[in-house]
Design a protein around this ligand. Sequence first.
Ligand code: NAD
Length: 428
Amino acid sequence: MTVAVVGLGYVGLPTALGCWRAGASIIGLDSSAQRLHDIRTGAVDLLPDQHATLACARAGAAIGDGFLLTSDAGALRRADAVVICVPTPVTADQEPDPAALRAACACVVDHAVADQLIVLTSTSQVGTTRALLLEPLAARGLVAEENVLVAFAPERIDPGNERHRQEDTPRIVGGAGPRSSRAAARLLASTASSVHQVADPETAEMAKLWENVFRAVNIALANELSDACLHLGVPPLAVIEAAASKPYGFMPFFPGPGAGGHCIPCDPYYLLGQLPVQSGAAPAASTAAPVLSTAMAALRDRPVRVARLAAEALQRSGVAVPGARVLVLGVAYKEGVSDVRESPALRILALLAAQGAEVAYSDPRVPTVTVDGVVLGSVPEPGALPWDLVIVHTAHPGWDLSWLDAVPGPRVLDTRFRRAWPAPVAVP
Ligand SMILES: NC(=O)c1ccc[n+]([C@@H]2O[C@H](COP(=O)([O-])OP(=O)(O)OC[C@H]3O[C@@H](n4cnc5c(N)ncnc54)[C@H](O)[C@@H]3O)[C@@H](O)[C@H]2O)c1
């Protein structure tokens, strides 16, 4: 079959490669010429075997009939199935920004043909599949379950994670009806370990939001309780390890510098945006979900806490923040990727720079970042330079940080608590 994938990012590209490896012919549609260029040159974040598959596809050693990269939406008419994987970010005010999603769905609806299967995978608000696909398709005479098949199947991929790969992870599918669910399950079976079918798209949409709300709240809690450990002089990771020995009712989450990437800092706001708010209050402060609202505010403020602890650590070493040489190690939002979207590192760098520190960073996967309009380049050999403070943010796999062992303990602040944190001067 011919599968079109709309949006070839962290989700869409591995999905297209998985379908191609399973024997489908691929139409890869992306609105960004830069992204298509990066895919053609292989300059993209993928696991090693996905890189190998991409190299085969680019070399024309096709398993399916081909692997087309295009920005011509007209190609969608030739597809048996269309999978939509476009971004669903938030605005600077934490409002859902569904512009890309609306544009992609409108484009897919415009080019839809009878008997096509359309699967939306982008994390979305409850009701999105109905509003942006089922209803406009019906207005064009394409009625789900009759002459078109439509489903929502949220993506769970964890880019850069070799242990939990896309094809080893179960997939939720919620079709407009049984025919749609079955067809979507068949299509996605090659990119998942199993398929969990639910009654309708809305259940699948809410399941994805629930999953990421669960993670956001628990990460915020892990940060909070780790700070409590710090206050009490108990090592947080040893406590988490001990608690995780309970075989039921506990799942370990780990502290860090905040939450980054395209999921945890964004998805919960899609739910909050659908819930009642106090009149005059920001949507992010929903009265219907105070626990979630508080957790998201805590995650947003976590880099402020890290910057404050950095200032305290400098003070303890007798170094004033203005003029202090501060290095942030790893600016990608997590290990194994070059993605700096919503990365707490950028905010930590900006906060310390605003206080007059001479900030720098090192990250083998991120050549440059822009912090408050200033472009910084990655320091290639950070171990060769003297630093007043090193903040460990993201330690990529295989990155040799053994030089840190020679840095005096008080000059290292590990946001993940894997090295001992100095006791704070004052606990807020
Ligand atoms: N990144 C993750 O770890 C992850 C994990 C699970 C789910 N998701 C969800 O998957 C969705 C996609 O996320 P992502 O990280 O792959 O995004 P991404 O930004 O990496 O990729 C999206 C791609 O879509 C393209 N695009 C945007 N608008 C388009 C349009 N109208 N037509 C064609 N192409 C268009 C962009 O150019 C980009 O290449 C989001 O809803 C996200 O929440 C992401």
